[in-house]
Design a protein around this ligand. Sequence first.
Ligand SMILES: *Cc1c(COP(=O)(O)O)cnc(C)c1O
Length: 399
Amino acid sequence: MMEEKLRIESRLAQIGSQEDPATGAVNYPIYHATAYRHPRLGQSTGFDYARTKNPTRAVLEEAAAALESGDAGFACSSGMAALTTIFALFRQGDHLVVSLDLYGGTYRLLERILSKYGITASYVDTNDLDGLESARRPETKAVFIETPTNPLMMITDIQAVCSWASRHGLLTIVDNTLLTPFFQRPLELGADIVVHSATKYLGGHNDVLAGLIVTKGEELSAEMAILHNSLGAVLSPHDSYQLMKGMKTLALRMERHEQNSLAIANYLLGHPAIAEVFHPGLPDHPGHEIQNRQSSGNTGIFSFKLKDARYVEPILRHIRLIAFAESLGGVESLLTYPAVQTHADIPAEIRDAVGVDDRLLRFSVGIEHADDLIADLAQALEAARAELEAAAVPGGGQA
Ligand SMILES: *Cc1c(COP(=O)(O)O)cnc(C)c1O
């Protein structure tokens, strides 16, 4: 059992380290068994069948609940599986109010799948309380927020939304993937449910697909346990182990992700090819003050807009250390082109309205040395400039 008083760094490093008194193993073992003997009729060891409860997964789930200051944790086979499980709380006719700049997969789940079951969503700037209020209907059951959003790094005041929601009897669900409980704990600010794509920072190494749900309150936790077991999209014992191993180093990684992303954002701010940098850690970011109030640090992701869309293709071709790939939150740096990758399922009108256009790149900054990352970006920007200049000279670029 982990001590409540220990700081989060200590609790992270010690996940599962004191849970196996029989052997004293400092890492909790992987239990592959799907069935568990009953001592006698009417008795159980607490484990019956692995979909309902598995010892390895249970250690992860307890750790997740404690880290997010919740009552119960549920490990799922992906972030999308976690979201599907949460949305199964709702029934035909229910309506949700949702962050405008939403993760593309969540948008697709709501619009392509949940809409078939008569569950609808309105997309609003969740930091605008008047906008929230005008989106609210008699059948609204919950508000779903991402803060910061990805890729535009919009910040929502979690406490303000939670108090609005609780006044109207709505649940508040927060996707905390980008900040993790190391930097932000929405349940402490009044939220009811926290969800993670643990594939990202919690796992941290681009090698495990996982989702986590943490709930607050006895009734909601009991209902979520029924949904988790009934839908069956649970995390395997091996992946549960893999995720715990990643989480042990979360504190170190998040600190480095934050430092690196700020260093690179500041470098890009001064670069002549860059029009705008979206990083909540920069003092002139519109969400800077709220972000500082509700979180103890910044995520490693930010985005930036080029002055000229023609830079995008050569930059992606010339980066060497940084990989052109879609995902985020791992130790390796990845550059993503949201308009054609992560956000392709969001209609162009909505994308343009929020600003996810063809000049925007998203950077998931890894834990490499900041100077090496800056040097890689600098050479890719310079190579792009040289190519465009050669193409602009009459006859240039054509041998
Ligand atoms: C990746 C991601 C998801 C989906 O998680 P998977 O693990 O890929 O299924 C949900 N929300 C956010 C914010 C994400 O970044």
